[in-house]
Design a protein around this ligand. Structure first.
Ligand code: ZN
Length: 178
């Protein structure tokens, strides 16, 4: 099992391509989205849920938790959960970025593609395929077209290699919890 995770979106031109590929290959992924992107992307967020993907919290304004007050953290996390739930009826149970908060699990990763930095699809593909093992959580970002270029190659290739593409919560559930 592999958990593909995509941060910082949604962005329709990128995220839709990833969802198309997941749908075609019977896979799922987890999307750690920023709250400020939620209301303008209602359709794609509903599509994530309809396909069994996991909607998750990446703060409202991509804030570093360590630089916020307690009230600021509650606001950044809470407002994002509220917006996502209002759109699709699902309140996220996972967040990415550290912080003491209200029963949510903070999710890191085991393969960092650094896709945001090099913006090179082949490099992202090579990074994943050279390292991937059962149980990995793979970090990508669904705001760059080069990341979608990589995802639409990786999703069928990982599936062909026998990996099930599951959400982070599913991976945790099958492995004894987060
Ligand atoms: Zn981010």
């Amino acid at each position: 099992m592999i958990a593909l995770t995509f941060d910082d979106g949604p962005k329709v031109s990128v995220t839709d391509r990833i969802l198309d590929s997941l749908q075609a290959n019977g896979g799922r992924a987890t999307f750690f989205m920023v709250g400020s992107n939620v209301n303008a992307n209602a359709g794609i967020i509903k599509r994530m849920v309809a396909q069994g993907c996991e909607v998750a919290n990446h703060t409202h304004d991509h804030k570093y938790i360590s630089k916020l007050s307690a009230d600021g953290i509650i606001s950044q996390i809470g407002s994002t959960n509220q917006k996502i739930e209002a759109i699709c009826g699902v309140s996220p149970v996972l967040m990415r970025h550290p912080g003491g908060n209200r029963g949510m699990s903070a999710i890191m990763w085991s393969i960092d593609t650094r896709d945001w930095q090099h913006r090179n699809a082949q490099r992202t593909i090579d990074t994943v395929l050279s390292q991937v093992r059962d149980g990995d959580i793979i970090l990508m970002h669904d705001i760059y077209s080069t990341s979608a270029d990589a995802a639409v190659v990786l999703i069928p290739e990982l599936t062909a290699r026998g990996y099930q593409l599951v959400t982070v919560s599913e991976l945790a559930a099958y492995r004894g919890g987060a």
